[in-house]
Design a binder for this molecule. Structure first.
Ligand code: ZN
Length: 650
């Protein structure tokens, strides 16, 4: 039976469907074209080449090579999700045929009870739900659900949605607090936020209830993973008790304490941020204030103490995890692409929960820096970890995956994750709620937004943002309409002007939590112009970030810059930027055609004479003048391999 979900009117409403916002030009127009035309086909071929697609045919037999891995399903699902978003805006019969073929295999693979997982059906049929802690079964299920929702919304086809509903119904029977149910929850979160999406698209509250169950049960004692381990006779592992580190058990998967008692962003960063995003979604859907409070606590922990300037999170490659406050190493950074994407989900759900521009500020920081750094300019190579300083030889002797983007990874969560985020980017530009159109991102685009009451607003953004700070918004209406257009004034911006039909708006009268609220009876053709001053800013890390003492980073608008050896020569650590050096913005080099704006300025390097033939010298160094060239961080490693650094000695 369908019922209305308790979706509160709190916050900045809800995201519009992907089909409502078409990104038309500029940086994102090109990134999204590459994603659609290059990355999606490349990822399909990778899934095919590596056996991930074939796995759905369930032809693998014991003794065959290349058994379906426990997380393969999630990679195919993310690719399907990206395809679903893409099809919503760009019909492509070939792509749709490929998707339908895979979905057909899934339909055939689904077990009579609804279960669906290639690894467990083909490789370990008697081990279903035997290791929730490590084996990603519910994680894969969640990705299938997100993909099915996207594919249904993009194509109107129900088969995939029906498959995942049957699977979700079965999971709802297996897990819960009832007799004969397993009182477990996933080791890798993801299904929680997927179930909220499934509830929204089907109107079935039982999926929301299941999401809430997984969140509420997490970290309760006795620990389910202890019970599971005893039942399965499984030996102890570092995931149970991260031993010498003295961390509480199950801290890695945020199951060390009930979620409402967790004070710090802890453990594996992707799991953490998927969990937090789901908590915010469930909090909004249920009005649970204790969950809202927990989200605030964790948001503050992530963004005020444990986040890179690039929006990357999870600073340690040991456990791909959050560590402790202000621990943000640069060369050893992890900052997995998936974790920055998960942070965007968290930010997006928080802004839906409450209208405060600080959420969109973080979302924008991650999008323009630590996420699009994850894919090469040509859309064919991917970063898993997004380091903030690199030496081409260092990775040979460290656990760094590589200072170069790779075609694919054995664990290839990041490439399809970035594809699905980019393919759905339009839906993050606005949210709509309570007679208000909240504008969070400035992207050259055309939107057709449902205002409720049968009214639609067509909003066109014409802008060269992030390279220029002028945004022209044109409102298209069939009939005049009363609503509020809320414009986010980015946190990085100090000087703003807003005009409506050429008349200046007094911002002090309309600002609320970082948004300029323009409420009026809007007429067809109304023009809103926003100018955001975009000088080069010098950014300093909190003094407790020990890795960045005496260093400065350069940011212009939302773009964080870096130095590369290709422009500045080797030994970037010795390049010094005088505090008063005048920084100029100029057009970037042709080989970086994604960088219309780079930053140049006078810098200094030490004269090496005192160290001739020596490693250590006592002479006071002399300095020689040189020029510094900084490029957008997201474009690093698109040229010859070399050093890179975000933080520059001042
Ligand atoms: Zn990943």
């Amino acid at each position: 039976m369908r019922s209305n979900l308790c979706l509160s009117d709190l916050g900045a409403g809800e995201n519009p469907p992907v089909a409502a916002v078409r990104v038309t030009g500029g940086l994102w127009g090109e990134r999204l074209r590459v994603n659609r035309e290059i990355t999606l086909p490349v990822e399909y071929e990778q899934c095919k080449k590596t056996g991930r697609l074939e796995a759905w045919k369930l032809t693998w037999k014991p003794g065959d090579p290349n058994p379906p891995h426990i997380y393969w399903d999630s990679d195919v699902a993310k690719w399907l999700e990206a395809a679903g978003y893409s099809l919503a805006l760009y019909p492509d019969p070939e792509l749709e045929k490929r998707c339908d073929e895979v979905i057909g295999w899934m339909a055939a693979a689904q077990q009579p009870d609804g279960y669906l997982n290639t690894h467990y059906i083909a490789v370990a049929p008697d081990k279903r739900w035997s290791n929730l802690r490590d084996c990603h079964e519910l994680y894969c299920a969640g990705h299938l659900m997100e993909a099915a929702v996207a594919y249904f919304e993009g194509t109107g086809k129900r088969l995939f949605l029906d498959i995942v509903c049957r699977y979700a119904d079965y999971i709802g029977k297996v897990f819960g607090r009832g007799e004969n149910q397993l009182r477990g929850y996933p080791g890798h979160q993801e299904i929680e936020l997927a179930l909220v999406k499934l509830a929204r698209v089907t109107g079935e509250t039982r999926y929301l209830d299941l999401a809430k169950y997984f969140i509420d049960e997490r970290g309760q004692k006795p620990y389910y993973y202890d019970i599971e381990k005893a039942r399965e006779n499984r030996p102890d592992s570092w995931l149970d008790h991260p031993g010498p580190n003295n961390l509480p058990p199950y801290n890695h998967m945020q199951a060390h304490a009930p979620v409402r008692e967790q004070q710090d962003a802890d453990g594996h960063a992707v799991r953490a941020c998927y969990l937090y995003a789901a908590m915010a979604s469930v909090a909004k859907a249920t009005g649970d204030q204790s969950l809202v409070d927990a989200c605030h606590t964790l948001w503050d922990s992530v963004t005020t103490k444990r986040m890179y300037i690039t929006g990357g999170v999870g600073s340690s490659r040991f456990g791909e995890r959050f560590t402790f406050d202000y621990d943000l190493p640069n060369e050893e950074a992890y900052a997995e692409t998936c974790a920055a994407i998960a942070l965007v989900f968290f930010a997006n759900r928080m802004m839906c929960l409450e209208a405060d521009a600080k959420y969109a500020d973080v979302m924008e920081r991650a999008l323009y820096n630590g996420i699009i750094s994850g894919v090469s300019h040509d859309g064919t190579h991917f970063f898993y970890d997004n380091i903030l300083a690199s030496h081409p030889l260092y990775h040979t002797f460290s656990r760094q995956k590589s200072p170069r983007r790779q075609e694919w990874y054995p664990t290839s969560c990041c490439p399809p994750n970035i594809a699905r985020l980019l393919a759905s980017l339009g839906s993050y530009v606005y949210t709509i709620g309570d007679q208000t159109v909240w504008t969070h991102l400035y992207i050259d685009s055309q939107a057709e937004l449902d205002l409720g009451n049968g009214k639609k607003a067509r909003i066109t953004q014409a802008t060269e943002y992030p390279w220029k700070g002028d945004i022209a918004l044109t409102i298209g209406l069939d009939a005049p309409a009363d609503f509020t257009l809320a414009l986010r004034i980015p946190g990085w911006c100090r000087q703003v002007t807003v005009t409506v039909n050429g008349k200046a708006v007094v911002l002090a009268d309309v600002m609320s939590n970082g948004y300029a609220l323009l409420s009026r009876n809007w007429q067809d053709g109304d023009q809103v112009a926003l100018h955001l001053d975009m000088p080069v800013e010098r950014v300093y890390a909190h003094p407790a970030v020990r890795q960045n003492g005496g260093k400065v980073a350069l940011q212009r608008g939302p773009i964080v810059y870096c130095l590369e050896e290709a422009d500045n020569g080797p030994n970037l650590a010795d390049l010094r930027l005088p505090p008063a050096a005048e920084l100029t913005v100029v057009t970037g080099p042709a080989e970086l055609d994604g960088a219309p704006i780079i930053i140049i300025g006078p810098a200094l390097r030490r004269d090496l004479t005192p160290w001739a033939g020596k490693l250590y010298a006592t002479d006071r160094p002399a300095y020689t003048a040189c020029q510094m060239t900084a490029i957008p961080y997201f474009l690093w490693a698109n040229r010859a391999p070399g050093e890179m650094t975000v933080w520059i000695t001042e």
